[in-house]
Design a protein around this ligand. Sequence first.
Ligand code: PLP
Length: 462
Amino acid sequence: MKYVSTRGKAPILTFEEAMLTGLARDGGLYLPGTIPQMAHAEIAALAGVSYEEAAFRVMRPFIGDAFTDAEFEDIIARAYAGFAHAARAPLVQLAPGHHLLELFHGPTLAFKDFAMQLIGQLFEASLKRSGQRVCIVGATSGDTGSAAIDAFRGLEMVDVFILYPNGRVSEVQRRQMSTATESNVHALAMTGHFDDCQACVKDMFNDFAFRDEVGLAGVNSINWARVLAQVVYFFTSAVALGAPHRKVSFTVPTGNFGDVFAGYIARRMGLPIDRLVVATNQNDILHRCLIGNGYVPDGVIPSISPSMDIQVSSNFERALFEAYGRDASATAQLMEELKTGGFSVSQGALEALRESFDSGRCDEDQTRATIRRTWEETGELLCPHSAVGVHVAEDHITPDVPMITLATAHPAKFPAAVEEASGQHPPLPLHMADLYEREERITEVDNDLGAIESLIKERTLH
Ligand SMILES: *Cc1c(COP(=O)(O)O)cnc(C)c1O
């Protein structure tokens, strides 16, 4: 299996190389050269198997000969052993024809654990074999960072630095990052917004001297292995509701477009997905783009669903690359235009995007009303991100096709917003009930590339 960059000017890599690299050297994102297909009978045979077995069958064709079957089985088993639910990704019914896919039973209570726990095990297996050391640097609006820290803490061959926007993550998110006691973990509180953190990480990857000196590796949602891990639960949940014998639809609370792009890959592999709905909060650049208004960032407005507060949605580049018929120079051109204010999508590419994705937005009042109403009608407490999904899904439900909305975080990760909306205080699950008592360790940094690079060098090169 070969991986190609969306901008066409980076080397073609194997799965293992693409995973360890993250961002391509031409600034693009890696994608498989061809999308493996799963036959109707192979999809049908996923009914009733464990999450781990389904994960093995869905992901195996993408990894080539990077790991033996036994190694890969072992990696998957270790990745999901720390989840607090036997089904890993259980489905709950909200209303006739509407189901919630609970993706928050992992160690840091957000769907990011599905990919990050797997990537931690993949990195460890790969680096142990090569004896290589890497420095993982990531930007987070909250959930990626805590998931990365939990997945990599204490690993021998890895240092992990996470940049988050100072004062703009929830207390639970911050504490999940700042209370890890392992010395290979570094939580950096940066002045600015998430987009500033993400831009800073991108700049580090484009500083090739620094990148090679510290052995930079990326685990942001651009990393192909993360998208791949997320493909699995589209299959398990669809099959649980009758696929491939009938179609299902999905609504995905979206920020960086990684999760919904995983759904797109599942469909390309043969899963009969009817509608794939992109749900945004008031930061609705993706919705505006998909309804034909071009892709024009206009500043982040902080919301009660902070993990979706972004204007530069990095994985959208993969969708554009596909919509332009895998034309790498057209994709590179759009990304150039983005640097100077935005771009418009060609008519043909827009039609291709709209064949693949529906979209909707949910403002703050609608988010709160959805949390309250869902609690009253079903007894299910939604986190604000999941509520954005449920609100948008309700506009896209069609008769005879079950709708699955992805519940991307546990309500206890965003207790203030949930309590304000519903009057209910969401308790933390038992395994992290002492989070508020643990000691914190944070380094504050300015939005200054040189200073951050020096700090990383100081802490990793002895
Ligand atoms: C990351 C995140 C999202 C957005 O997912 P993307 O893959 O970036 O689109 C939504 N909800 C929560 C809780 C998240 O942590």
